[in-house]
Design a protein around this ligand. Structure first.
Ligand SMILES: C[S@@+](CC[C@H](N)C(=O)[O-])C[C@H]1O[C@@H](n2cnc3c(N)ncnc32)[C@H](O)[C@@H]1O
Length: 274
């Protein structure tokens, strides 16, 4: 059975025509930082392989690939047909679907990842529904990990790229800072929701999840990498600058005030045991 994804045409067009999401975490230094940090935050919380992991909004399967390599049994759900074709080549199984209406049985996965759907669900009720579905399909006590884009990420990004100089981009950033919502067409992304750390924790808790913690993924220096690559057209992936940014993300971990400096945050929680 396949759920009928109800995503906006602009989201389908963005991931089908505008960008190739399979390159985002592998070609840029800030993407590589996101990938390395996501792995090092998630791995200690995952159940031992070969547990069953549901990767909701798994896109082209960049995370599915390393999870499969680690020995997990991974199923990707995503509303973009191109992503399903790409994810199916990773060794995971893949299905067209929507985070708000999963086809999985109750309590059927050891862990559920939502590394993307919350960005694209602008209404609180839709995000609640996606988290409720994750809570429904995970086993009692199982891990739920949900990523969010930070409320202040656009501000840092567009300083580094100097696009804050462009009025339409500046206006988009002003709105995101004030409301958390990006209306499409003003900067290079779809309509999107940008969480603060407390709002992400609150949504996870309101979904009835336990042991909620929120971690900063990229730390405070990701925009330095992004700006440098943009202004020099050279990769800083294997440089001291990358290693310093990675170190900064690790050093920032104990300080909740610095959560807001990350481009993305990762909320970790467990499903109730009964
Ligand atoms: C920025 S990409 C992240 C992909 C991948 N999880 C990663 O972290 O690299 C966001 C993903 O969320 C998916 N998405 C958007 N709306 C969704 C929805 N309602 N349900 C499930 N996935 C959705 C998109 O198709 C896209 O693959």
């Amino acid at each position: 059975m396949t759920a009928d994804p109800q995503v906006a045409p602009e989201v389908l067009a963005f991931y089908t025509e505008t960008i190739d999401e399979s390159e985002r975490l592998t070609t840029s230094a800030d993407g590589a930082l996101e990938l390395v940090r996501t792995q090092e935050i998630l791995r200690p919380h995952l159940p031992p392989a070969p547990a069953r992991i549901l990767d909701v909004g798994g896109g082209p399967g960049i995370h599915a690939q390393w999870l499969v390599n680690d020995g997990y049994t991974v199923h990707v759900v995503d509303p973009v047909p191109r992503h399903i074709d790409q994810a199916a080549k990773t060794g995971a199984t893949a299905e067209l679907g929507d985070a708000r209406k999963l086809t999985a049985d109750d309590r059927s996965y050891d862990a559920v990842l939502l590394l993307g759907p919350l960005y694209h669900l602008l209404e609180r009720a839709d995000r609640d529904q996606a988290l409720a579905e994750a809570a429904r399909v995970v086993k009692p006590g199982g891990l739920i990990a949900a990523a969010a884009i930070g409320r202040y990420a656009s501000l840092f990004e567009h300083v580094a790229t100097t696009m804050l100089d462009i009025d339409r981009v500046k206006d988009a950033v002003v709105d995101i800072l004030a409301t958390g919502i990006h209306a499409p067409g003003r900067k290079g992304f779809t309509a999107a929701y940008f969480h603060t750390a407390p709002s992400l924790a609150e949504e996870m808790t309101a979904a009835g999840l336990h042991d909620v913690t929120v971690r900063g993924i990229e730390g405070p220096a990701w925009a330095v990498l992004k700006g440098t690559e943009q202004h020099t057209s050279e990769s800083v992936r294997d440089t001291a600058m990358f290693r310093a940014a990675l170190q900064a993300a690790r050093l920032a971990e104990p300080y909740p005030e610095l959560l807001s400096a990350s481009s993305h945050m990762l909320a970790l929680a467990t499903a109730p045991r009964t």
